[in-house]
Write a protein that binds this ligand. Sequence first.
Ligand code: GRG
Length: 305
Amino acid sequence: MSAETFPLEAYLEEGARRAGEALERAVAHLEAHLPAELVPAVRHGVLGGGKRLRPVLCATAYRAVRAGAPEPTEGVWDLAASLELIHAYSLMHDDLPCMDDAALRRGRPTTHREHGTEVAVRAGAALIPAAALQAWRSTARVGLHDAERREVVRTLTQAAGGAGMVGGQLLDLRAEGRELGPDDLTDLHARKTGALLAAAVRMGGLAGGAGPDVLEALDAYGRRVGLAFQIADDVLDATATAEALGKEPSDQELAKSTYVGLWGVENARERARAEAGEGVRALRESGVSDPALEALAEYVVARER
Ligand code: GRG
């Protein structure tokens, strides 16, 4: 099977379903330890839809390095869900009045609009250690040894922290109202969005037992696809309605620098395709020719939401 004939729509639907089940399990576990007043906000932020791209990338990388082996187990999906806990917290905090002050996310009111700002801050904060613990527990279920388990958790927490998403978000806040050049914009997005997407791919590879060469190729694929995702996100933000995207405000309303601002819509689309293509090339060069990873690289560019 090639990327062209790969049944991507059904694959994404099934992946989102498996990720959703794992998140239900994660939230049920969390509820036992969480102050009751935070539970509805956690459920709102974590279980309220989304493409579930990060868990799907993680499970797909796992499959790719274990070609021919059985499908990802519940433990692998639980590991993949740890990425989505970090993603959910980041959206909850990013939408707060002191950040983007967003009203709409995934076609619904944002968590703070529904449950109050203080609750959304605390519920989001609770998800950060919960994600690390979720990754630690599930790597044991996957059967990894301690060294690999530590490397998985290190990968997740590093991508979420100052060298990754939080650092990128700070650069983003500092850049509001200023025009960034391509290098600064790419540095910002490699951290803010790209780091967690790349971590998803690496964590799947680690869980599947990938050796150093394949891991390096998965890292290159993750970085390229992460950047392609962000360029495509800027194109969507500039070309689709808030209704179609299920979120507001837009980058333009927030006076953010974007790839569309730098290159225009058509050129940005072309560069997103080129980045995704480079990611696939890195994989193939290392001997990983996986239709699902290749189809996902195309999807991040061609998606409509
Ligand atoms: C306070 C400095 C500081 C940092 C806190 C809030 C935060 C950390 C980071 C936010 C970074 C952020 C919101 C990154 C995500 C960017 C993005 C493209 C989100 C959309 O992802 P999709 O399309 O969303 O995968 P769905 O809804 O499908 O899950």
